[in-house]
Design a protein around this ligand. Structure first.
Ligand SMILES: [Zn+2]
Length: 364
């Protein structure tokens, strides 16, 4: 993979990422437009529903009007027949029919009135709804125009980018383009990535083996990350600069925390010192009161702790033990010679002892 191909693939990826971004911007705008249009659409549907209902009712009313006309004609005819009747039976028959037609006519007229009333009410509601619709339309219109224009502009930009991408892709080696496109078809939308200055993949941050890093930096093969599969390219000057800026930012943040920690440490140290001073004061008090209690109790001086004499060592076993410890800690020839047999045993093997140990052991 030549440096030219590397740059080309990176540029292609930039174009693809731009296209993806613009495409999602178009989708977002479409969603926004739907949102803006939603109340207007609802209002429009209300108006349309009322218009349909109005038509239906008007149709029924027209039928009733027709029926009224027919019955009026029939009624006129029957009225004429009434004048031509020849006997009472005929008169009764015509009269009965006329009565029937008149009643039906009355019913029709009642129905027509009720329908006309319905029509009037529907028309009123339609006027209201239409006004609301027009108002909603006016209200959202500026936003709608704005969004529509924005969408048009974004769609144009998308077309431009697609065209540019097509031309650009034609200039890339087909086999390399196929590899690129097969990776791009994955879900991440990244197919080419720079090595990081520390030798990690710039996409998944897994560390690339040193030898492979060398191949990427100096070789010509197309090398893909073992971790995520992207094509790896050497770090570019701008990539390095970006990484350095990021490092600097991290270092600054660390320094800041370090300063904060120093302050924290100082506070803690102060607290510890204060506590220690307090404790010391308490201990002193306890010792003083303890001594006072002892003196007041028996009037006997406590044994001097620091100076157990040789006589004390002989007379008191406890003191002897103390002496013994002292001897072990700092063996001296004097102590070894002067001490009791018990002490002798303890210091056996001491180089300062004159007698061989085995003689003594055998004698006992
Ligand atoms: Zn990777």
């Amino acid at each position: 993979m030549t440096p030219q191909t590397r740059t080309s693939l990176k540029e292609l990826q930039q174009l693809d990422q731009d296209i993806a971004q613009v495409r999602s911007a178009v989708q977002e705008l479409e969603l926004l437009l739907e949102e803006v249009d939603a109340p207007v659409l609802r209002s429009e549907q209300d108006v349309k529903g009322l218009q349909k209902r109005l038509q239906e009712v008007k149709l029924v009313e027209q039928r009733v009007e027709l029926s009224i006309e027919e019955r009026q004609v029939r009624s006129k005819k029957l009225e004429g027949r009434m004048e031509e009747v020849r006997n009472v039976r005929e008169e009764a028959a015509v009269h009965a029919e006329l009565e029937m037609v008149r009643r039906a006519l009355e019913n029709d007229e009642q129905e027509a009135l009720s329908l006309l009333d319905q029509i009037r009410r529907i028309e009123e509601r339609l006027d209201e709804q239409d006004a609301a619709y027009q108002e909603a339309l006016t209200e959202v219109e500026p936003r709608r125009v704005e969004l529509t224009q924005e969408r048009l502009g974004t769609e144009e930009r998308l077309e431009e980018l697609k065209e540019k991408r097509k031309t650009f892709a034609e200039g890339i080696d087909p086999s390399e383009r196929r590899v690129y496109e097969s990776i791009m078809a994955g879900s991440t939308g990244v197919a080419v990535s720079e090595l990081m200055p520390d030798g990690a993949c710039g996409n998944c941050f897994s560390v690339v083996p040193l030898q492979v890093q060398n191949e990427i930096r100096h070789g010509t093969g197309m090398i893909r990350c073992e971790g995520c599969g992207v094509i790896l390219t050497p770090e570019s000057a701008e990539g390095i600069a970006r990484a350095e800026a990021e490092n600097e930012r991290i270092m600054e943040a660390l320094e800041l925390t370090e300063e904060e920690r120093d302050v924290e440490r100082a506070v803690v140290a102060e607290a510890i010192a204060a506590e220690a001073a307090e404790e010391a004061a308490v201990v002193e008090e306890v010792v003083e009161t303890g001594l006072a209690a002892m003196l007041g109790d028996g009037g006997v001086e406590p044994e001097p702790e620091a100076a157990p004499g040789e006589e004390a060592a002989e007379s008191e076993p406890e003191a002897a033990l103390a002496e013994e410890e002292a001897t072990i800690a700092a063996p001296s020839s004097e102590a070894a010679e002067d001490s009791t047999p018990m002490l002798d045993e303890v210091v056996e093997g001491d180089s300062s002892s004159d007698r061989p140990v085995t003689d003594d052991d055998a004698g006992v």
